[in-house]
Design a protein around this ligand. Sequence first.
Ligand code: ZN
Length: 381
Amino acid sequence: MIRNGLDYLGTFYICSSNDSRKRVGLIFDERMSLHNDPFYADHVENPNRIKWIWEKLQSAGISKKCVCLEAKSAEDNHVLSVHTQRHVEFIKKVSSTQLSRKDRKLAEHNDVYYNQGSSQAAFIAAGCVVELAMKVANGELSSGFAVVRPPGHHAEAEEAKGFCLLNNVAIAAKTILDLDFGIKRILILDIDVHHGNGTQHMFWSNPDVLYFSVHRYGNGFYPLFSGSHTEIGTGKGKGFNINVPWTRDKCRDSDYLAVWQHILIPVVRAFKPQMTIISAGFDAADGDSIGGCSVTAEGFSTLVQKVMEFSGGKVVMALEGGYDRDSLERSVLACVEVLLEENLTYEYCEIPLESTQQVIKLSTNVGDFAGRTHTSSHISE
Ligand SMILES: [Zn+2]
């Protein structure tokens, strides 16, 4: 459904399709802003993040060129495709009942918070990514961006973690594979500066999903003990989990582009995904104090552009992290422009850091690298 109306800031917004060009979807709902830290208003993962992005897309005139979708709450059977019944029940009731002492302790330990808006926000965030992915899967849309929170990639099957309650991207990927869209292989590309431990575990033995993550690792960086290059999946899924762990901060566009050139693109070419879902965290952005890296908005959009030629251009982006207002706004805007096939020219000449060359060597020296051998047999099945 195409949507026009008043957003929660009282500003009139217009969304319309542009039939002569790419049909790019946007999805957002103000109810996701009701999830907030009840004890600490300045929490970095706060409602302003999606508000900033939405305002920026409006003021830049981008939403007029896109198809805005009506948000939907995720259906239980979709959420249950990657989460346990117990976790689904827990997230459903977390806003309406008093947390037990044990659950309070666990939330604190796992870096999550809950308030009266959390249950609804979590199910809408997951539902938005599913809805957008379905429209792209069935060809109604070419690609799209889901402006959602709480983020998802740290959420485990039975545990909320790292600001994440439900694993939005994993739910969408598994739902698309389970339904009758004819999509059998999905690339999940995680560009958030943190490793997506939850997503990795959910597809650990599944060769239908290639999980590829570039993130900081070690020296106490969150999440601890997850994201090594040696974690490559198991059983039939062995080789379909690829981690490229930065061993230092200050990685730039050139470092990411080198990884794309030397690892991601060759692997994706072999895997032949029919859809790409991007865990679109922007905390590796220049100016984001949490990530400590310096990827530019143009850098992010170039990384997205380089995967658009695969999976028939079916690219779904779902917001994960990103906590600096300026870089968050500019990065999302640049990525949506690329989905619209606007502003495609970007030249970057700096050479990668020396440590990046070592990381690339390490990541490519793992046995069954990137499932290339498995991929060939898998695809020919
Ligand atoms: Zn992050």
